[in-house]
Design a protein around this ligand. Structure first.
Ligand code: SF4
Length: 431
């Protein structure tokens, strides 16, 4: 039996694509193995969001070739799209694919066996207009299904290379999303996560659909009990948005609302398309409908030109919002972006110190958020089991909960009374 290892570096969209690629190989009779094992085919979905992402991608390609010098190595994804020549120059790479054509990867591999040399399939992405469908239908040990509903980004944030790697916004037609969710429900998934490169832009180029319409379409599909968004932007959140979402009871009370900076001057330099005022309005609107909503975010510290005052402003804004978690990223210059060429790059030590301060705030806010639920009952979808009969899952508002159970409760939604918490994990007893 032929074997394949399909692995993603970077974001959730890459991970969804790599799982779908593995599933496509399995359907053709391949045995799917881990990236640490010896495989006949390696498919590496690269990331280019930082220069470090490029380096990790190169290292992984070389490691796979060392594991099996006879392996066929396919390199796809954002780094391959933006720098195909660099990828081709790595010894042992057989097929270079960009961010499109991933749904034909099995055929390309099978065809390759009759060809010689490096095959470069990286095509133009900036003029791409069609969403390329890529699906996962099987559980593969998970209870939460990520569905890619959108690709591309038209935002051009000054620090980000992704619009050049993924091309313009392309949305998956509503009917296709609906159909895929139905299959996922039939296959036992209870939670779906709508994901994409810029989910808030869903439907922008199709004109006859919107993110809200998609949610309405999939809301009543039998078997689906939770609908989550991977990440959205504040500009999409208004009264209508929340009013429609709160009509049903399946949309999770959790929003990952990108902030990036709580200082308007920095937001402008980043070319983000909202102000802190707009952001706060979005948070208040969410909480007006769901006061238990968890708001998580990403913040970049040490963006070029960020002064101590700017950082303090950002810190105070984060405090004011009251996040349940902040993913803190020290700014990392990315080749080919505007921000890389900006003056006033920040000293790495200053970035490290600002990261430390913000992570400390995030930890405290996460603890405060969880503590509100101690001695209260919550509903948990159990996702995985550990040793000694302990099971872990999440609430709708994304509290990580662990309980003990002799019965297998994986993929069940149960009521749990929370008893205590350590860090970002809560513990409880099944009611
Ligand atoms: S919204 Fe900005 S950060 Fe996100 S992918 Fe688009 S350009 Fe990059």
């Amino acid at each position: 039996m032929k074997s394949v290892a399909s692995f993603a570096l970077g974001c959730k969209v890459n991970q969804v694509e790599s799982e779908a690629i593995a599933e496509a190989f399995a359907e053709k009779g391949y045995r799917v193995v881990s990236i640490d094992e010896c495989a006949e085919v390696y498919v590496i979905n690269t990331c280019t969001v930082t220069n470090f992402g490029d380096k990790k991608s190169r290292q992984l390609i070389r490691r796979c070739k060392r594991q099996n010098p006879n392996a066929l190595v396919v390199v796809a994804g954002c780094y391959a799209q933006t720098a195909p020549e660099e990828i081709k120059a790595i010894e042992g790479v057989n097929i270079v694919l960009g961010t499109k054509g991933k749904n034909e990867i099995v055929e390309e591999v099978e065809k390759y066996r009759a060809e010689m040399g490096i095959v470069n399939h990286v095509g133009e992405i900036m003029t791409e207009k069609i969403f390329e469908p890529i699906s996962i239908h099987k559980l593969m040990g998970r209870t939460r299904a990520y569905i890619k509903i959108q690709d591309g980004c038209n935002q051009f944030c000054s620090y980000c290379i992704i619009p050049y790697a993924r091309g313009p916004v392309r949305s998956r037609p509503e009917a296709e999303v609906e159909n895929e969710v139905k299959i996922l429900a039939q296959n036992g998934f209870k939670e779906v996560v709508l994901t994409g490169i810029h989910v808030a832009s869903y439907g922008k180029e199709l004109h006859n659909t919107s993110l809200l319409q998609v949610v309405e379409k999939i809301h009543d599909i039998e078997g689906i009990e939770r609908i989550r968004f991977s990440s959205i932007e504040p500009n999409i959140v208004n009264e209508k948005f929340m009013e429609v979402l709160s009509r049903g009871d399946k949309v999770c009370h959790h929003f990952h609302l990108s902030l990036q900076s709580g200082c308007d001057r920095t937001l402008k330099a980043m070319n983000r398309k909202y102000s802190t005022e707009k952001y706060l309005q979005a948070v208040e609107t969410i909480r007006k409908y769901w006061n238990d909503a968890a708001i998580t975010t990403d913040i970049i510290v040490g963006f070029p030109g960020e002064t101590d005052e700017d950082f303090n402003e950002s810190y105070k804004f984060a405090q004011k919002v009251g996040f349940s978690k902040i993913h803190v990223f020290p700014y990392s210059p990315k080749r080919g972006t505007l921000a890389e060429k900006m003056d006033c790059q920040i000293d790495p030590q200053v970035k490290a110190e600002r990261s430390r301060i913000l992570i400390e705030l995030s930890d405290k806010m996460a603890q405060d958020f969880i503590n509100k639920y101690i001695n209260k009952e919550v509903k948990v979808l159990f996702e995985q089991s550990h040793n000694e009969g302990s099971f872990e899952g999440h609430t709708s508002n994304y509290i990580n909960v662990t309980v003990k159970s002799e019965e297998n409760i994986k993929n069940k939604i149960l009521r749990v009374k929370l008893t205590n918490a350590h860090g970002e994990r809560a513990f409880g007893e099944i009611c």
